[in-house]
Design a protein around this ligand. Structure first.
Ligand SMILES: [Zn+2]
Ligand SMILES: [Zn+2]
Length: 248
């Protein structure tokens, strides 16, 4: 399976999980639909669905447009009603936390996360080619531990010292800093969370949703790689990674 990153920041998030055979799954719908269609050669009929973690525009901005293109959206009830509008009820699949949903060859289990949104979700995504994927973004921390992970996509948004320096220099206002701390994952929390989980079968760790002002991508990559001894990649638009369940 290939992970294709179309966006991974507050400017827009979208990830395509494209198996070698069978339908593909999209996670987040925060980039222009044309960009998504181009990434899959405009073949929307092979789209199993689009998972949306929460209603913020950088994750759900193109949801309405996607539904108009008959792409099925999978999300929480809170996110669905926050997206609102005159959406086609047949194109919106409501997920309940900790339930399992079969979406083509994918099995998805959503879980609650900690963010300033109506009902935000992280996802455990199982597929025979990739093994078990953890997807978690826009969350101050992860309330659960996970077993059997093979590939991880996790937010690594900011480092506290960089954020505080930006507040001191006036680049970032204090209320903005407080919002970031309450609703996004720091490098420190990301590292501690990874170490606390069983990484023995993990092949790749993809760091997602880095802040443009409050992060240092290369240092984050090196820091997480050093702490976990895993292949660590920073998600950028255009990044493609082989997501298999074995390290070869
Ligand atoms: Zn976001
Ligand atoms: Zn958000």
């Amino acid at each position: 399976m290939k992970l294709i990153v179309l966006g991974s920041s507050s400017r827009g998030n979208c990830y395509v999980l494209k198996p070698d055979s069978g339908k593909y799954l999209v996670v987040e719908c925060g980039v222009k639909l044309a960009k998504l269609k181009a990434a899959v050669n405009f073949n929307v009929r092979d789209c199993a669905g689009i998972l949306i973690s929460h209603e913020h525009a950088d994750h759900a901005g193109a949801a309405e447009q996607a539904m108009r293109s008959c792409l099925p959206i999978w999300t929480s009830e809170g996110t669905a009603s926050a997206i609102g509008t005159d959406i086609d009820p047949y194109g919106m699949h409501i997920m309940k936390p900790l339930m399992r949903y079969e979406i083509a060859d994918f099995v998805v289990c959503p879980f609650p996360i900690e963010h300033d949104a109506a009902e935000p979700f992280g996802f455990i995504i199982d597929h025979p080619e990739s093994g078990r994927i953890l997807f978690a973004t826009d969350t101050a921390f992860l309330p659960h531990k996970f077993t059997g992970l093979n590939n991880i996509m996790i937010e690594c948004n900011y480092r506290t010292d960089i954020l505080n320096a930006n507040v001191r220099s006036g680049k970032i206002r204090k209320p903005v800093r407080d919002r970031i701390i309450g609703s996004h994952m720091s490098f420190q929390t990301c590292r501690d969370t990874l170490i606390e989980n069983d990484l023995s079968a993990v092949v790749n760790i993809v760091l997602i949703h880095l802040s443009s002002d409050n992060s240092d991508a290369e240092e984050f990559r090196r820091g997480i790689a050093g702490a976990t001894n895993k292949n660590v990649v920073i998600a950028r638009p255009g990044t493609e990674i082989e997501f298999n369940n074995q390290p070869f």
